[in-house]
Design a protein around this ligand. Structure first.
Ligand SMILES: C[S@@+](CC[C@H](N)C(=O)[O-])C[C@H]1O[C@@H](n2cnc3c(N)ncnc32)[C@H](O)[C@@H]1O
Length: 294
């Protein structure tokens, strides 16, 4: 195997190869060869794909629906699994970084709410929210007994929203959160937002598309409001290339990695002043915070 690629296998992938060696060596050999770009037999590839779909909640959810929040939720919840593929997803650096992103976004969201709350009401729009766990966690941790901090989770996936309602009810913040089914690109809210969150939305999109999305969101922000938007960075590809390969092979997930400079440019072109940026603890996601240019 090429030295540079081999040296970039994280512990989770090495464990996966060991487990697959025992269970199905053909699939292990296929994965390593395919990762290296060697030609493969379609029959073996189909066997491997079927194995991933039939033996993993995580990978079957990923293959079934592009960018489903079931995948992110699985990585947030981190329930132990008997499946060697699911364990790989949970232990991989890229998988762990998704949970680290949630933690970083929640910390920062709390700070931003604190910045805005002295002015009175704070309305948060969580666009492409999935269940909206970030908002639910922050509201339940800090603002359960406040009526002036409210959120609207917007997603086109009704199952994710139903799940969000359940989680919000369990965490006793359902009175603070509304759930709206539909595309946030066509959303016409009654009131403009103080804070808009776009996490896990831009990663697979070209910069021009991100600019359009951020422009649309800008129209829904109050003057002086802010947006928090995330994207995957080159560091993910450099430090966990095998996970990036697997996501692409199983589900055709193809990220457009954007570092701080690219994200800053997108914010600028979409009409935002850059306020600050932050990363998850792995540095695999970069989050920008911007405010509409006056
Ligand atoms: C990868 S998930 C991220 C969920 C959540 N933001 C998080 O950070 O965990 C992406 C979500 O965006 C939703 N989504 C993508 N484009 C959307 C659009 N135009 N309107 C509404 N929802 C959208 C998908 O349905 C999915 O639930």
């Amino acid at each position: 195997m090429e030295k540079d690629k081999e040296s970039n296998f994280d512990e989770a992938s090495l464990q996966l190869f060991k487990d697959l060696e025992e269970k199905n060596k053909r699939i292990k050999d296929f994965l390593i060869d395919n990762y290296r770009g060697l030609p493969s037999d379609p029959q073996v590839e189909e066997e491997a794909h079927e194995y991933f779909i039939n033996n993993s909640v995580f990978f079957s959810a990923m293959a079934a629906q592009n960018a489903s929040s079931m995948v992110t939720e699985f990585l947030y919840e981190r329930l132990p699994s008997q499946s060697i593929l699911d364990s790989y997803a949970l232990k991989s650096k890229a998988g762990s970084a998704i949970k680290a992103r949630l933690d970083a976004v929640e910390d920062e969201l709390h700070k931003v709410i604190e910045e805005y709350s002295p002015k009175g009401e704070v309305l948060i729009g969580n666009f492409g929210s999935g269940p909206g766990r970030d908002v639910v966690d922050v509201l339940s941790k800090y603002y359960q007994n406040f009526s002036n901090i409210r959120a609207i989770n917007v997603d086109r996936d009704v199952t994710a929203l139903k799940r969000g309602k359940r989680i919000a009810s369990i965490k006793k913040v359902d009175h603070l959160i509304d759930f709206v089914e539909g595309s946030f690109l066509k959303y016409e809210p009654e009131k403009k937002f103080d804070i808009v969150i776009l996490v896990g939305i831009l990663c697979a999109l070209q910069s021009e598309v991100c600019v359009n999305i951020l422009q649309t969101a800008r129209g829904l922000l109050k003057e002086g409001g802010c947006i928090i938007a995330s994207n995957v960075t080159d560091k993910m590809k450099e430090e966990d290339p095998f996970a990036c390969y697997i996501m692409n092979w199983v589900a055709n997930w193809d990220f457009v990695y954007k570092n701080e400079e690219k994200l800053k440019k997108i914010f600028d072109q979409a009409g935002y002043l850059w306020k600050k940026g932050f990363t998850d603890s792995y540095g695999f996601h970069f989050m920008g915070i911007g405010t509409p240019k006056p």
